[in-house]
Structures are given as structure tokens and as C-alpha cells.
Write a protein that binds this ligand. Sequence first.
Ligand code: URA
Length: 435
Amino acid sequence: MRMVDVIAKKRDGKELTTAEIDWFITEYTAGAVPDYQAAALVMAIYLRGMSRRETVDLTLAMAGSGDTLDLHDVAPFVIDKHSSGGVGDKTTLVVQPIVAACGVPVGKMSGRGLGSSGGTLDKMESIRGWSCNMTLPQFKRQLAEIGLVLSGQTADLAPADGKLYALRDVTATVASAPLIAASIMSKKLAAGADAMVLDVKMGSGAFMPTVESARDLAQIMVDIGTDAGRKTVAMISDMNQPLGSAIGNALEVKEAVETLQGGGPATFWAHCLDVAAYMLLLADKAGTLAEAKELARAARDDGRAFRKFRDMVAFQGGDVAQIDDLTLLPQAQFVEPIIAPRSGFIAAFNTAAIGWASVHLGAGRLVKSDQINYAVGLVLSCAVGDEVAQGQVLGMIHADDRAKLEQARAEVVTAVSWSDTRVAPLPHIYETVTA
Ligand code: URA
């Protein structure tokens, strides 16, 4: 087979065969197909789409590009969650320890920032020494000992996704349902969880702009998970505004820890409670969503969830002093307010533009080799529906560079739309999708 023929076929809108998809994934993983040809193919997929059969084939080929874990020798039932990506989405940092503290082992393979959306691993790496690199025996030992692991994409698990994910991030090919479905589900199938909750985001900061497109993505992922014998539920949640207040790596770790300690923004906590409750339901820890929420709330209120998070940080080499005293996390040199340019009601955010403002401050990557600045980002103190007076503070910018600070200020102000009449606040969940 020749890569140029595979690219041309997809460029012309034709369906790739199972053999062609398998061949591409095998050769790209082995380094025999260069990044520029892989980039051309993913752009063709982005523009032309994939049929359901092609998407399933791509997922299975990617899942099979490395090892597949069986975790049953260390845990009888393992649960996982995954978000399709959003701005300020630090849900994993809160939900994982809550669920683990309720006695359900959580073994998770997370990703890095993608486009305007941050990545869990980048966030956690703002903690000095914390590492997501581990061998399979280490993954299993930690799962057995503390019931909670947050690993990176190892060279052994779904390596094709590791390579494609980094490539898509810098070639404007992220927002494609087949590519997102294959990326997420290949990792989930390879990582050996028995059940998973998929948090599919929709809106101006998500890769899926509407509930309908998010539903299509959710349904194909739920079908792939179910066919593979994993209990899978997807929830479609809002990304028409950043989740919580903090956007940027250390700022999000701080907000997550505060939330685990009973503080944090109420809307973010409500979202975490929902995700945690669905995970506990799938694990048969509760009979109803309300009961599951009570379990999750109790694990936060009595400090078990925070202790679990702290254990995970310590196990993975992180400096727990920075968790015990959040002022020790990386701090930006300049912290300045964003001022409301007019009075009125906040009607909408261009959430992706806010995510990009944070990336431009240095919190994310524009090219694969960019180094993250963990300290920088934004902390917004307003939401859709809020009534704001001219001159009021909309949020704070944390920056290490004056020019970037001014750029971010302009980007955030432009990302806000106003109304003279009252606007309803946004829901945080629209619907759930099951098999
Ligand atoms: N999360 C992933 O793991 N992959 C994507 O493509 C998007 C979000």
C-alpha cells in the first residue's frame, strides 16, 4: 500500500477499507509513515468525515497499536472517565479521588492540552516532581495500593493515539467526531477499565458546537464501549462558558484542591458531583443518582477525597507541600484585573477564544515543542446571566509577560457578548446517552 493513495482516497471523499486503516495505524506507529503524510490524512478525515464502520475500525486499530491492559489481577472492577475537552475542565482532578475514596478503583490514562482546551497531565505537572510516566507494573501496584492512578499515554498503550493527538493539536484537526471518538475510545479500550463515564462537551468552547453534534459523538462512543463489553454512559455537558473560574495549569490545580476541600465555584462542584455520581452508579455503589451524589458529597466533606488526591500526588513523585499550601504552586509575576467595558447582562462567551487567550499567555502549546508556563492563566468571576456594572472586575489575568497580559485582556473582553435585558443562566448538563 502507498500512503499517498490512502490520502488521495480520503481527500476525494471515499470510504477507507479496514485493511487501509489498519495499515496506516501500524505504519504510522512504527514510524514508517512520516508526520506530514499523517497530517494530510487527518486533515482529509477532518474535512470528509468517516462512516461509522471506518470510525470503529480506526478505534480498534488504535487500541490495538500497543498493549491492552487487564487489571483484574489487582482490582475486580475499574472505572474511568474521560472528557472530550473544554476550557477550565479540571473535573478529573476532583472526581477521580472522590470515586476512589468511595471504594471504586480508578485507573486513568489522561492527555495533554489540545487546541484551546487544557490537558489533565499538563495541569498536574504544575506540581513539582509529579510524573505521569510509569511502567505497567507501577500502574498496577499503585492501583492495588491506593485505588487511584493518573497516568500518561505510555509508549505501550494506544501509542497511535499518542502520536496522532500531538499531531492534531498543531494541525487544526482536533474538532472532528471520528477522530475524537477514536482517540478517546482507543485509550479507554486499551487501558482496561470495566466501565466509563464520557463527559461530552458542547458549545463555544467545545469541539462539538451543538447538542446534536455532541449527541452523535456520544452515541458512537457509547456504542463502541458497549460492543467492547464495557459499561458506558455519556453525559452532554455545557461548554458555552469555562467550567469553574480558573483556566491555566497551576490555577486549575488550586481550584480543584479547593473544591476537594469544600470550596471552589458552586457550578463546578455541581458538575463534579454529577460525573462522580454516574461513575458510582455504574460501579453499583448506589441504586439512584441521588444516593450516589450523597456518597460523593460525603467523601468530599469528611476529607477522604482530598487525602486520596494527596496520596496520588505523593505516589507519583509530586511535592505534597504544594498541595498542603497552595501558595507554593507556581505563581505568575503579574496579576491584573479584566474590567467590564460596559454595564449589562452577560449574554454569551466565545469560550474557545478565552481558552486561546490562556494558551497565548503560555498555558498551552502552539507548536509541539512549546514549553508550558504553569503559572499563567485566567480566573474569571462572571458567568452567563450575570448582571455587571461598567468598571466591575470580570476576572484576573495571571501573566509573566506584559505584552501577553495586554493581549489576553483584549482577547477576553472581545470574547464576552452583552445584552441589555436579563439572560437565563446556562444548564451544566443537557442530557445523558446510554446504550
Ligand atoms: N480528548 C481526547 O483524548 N482525544 C480527543 O481527540 C479529544 C479529547
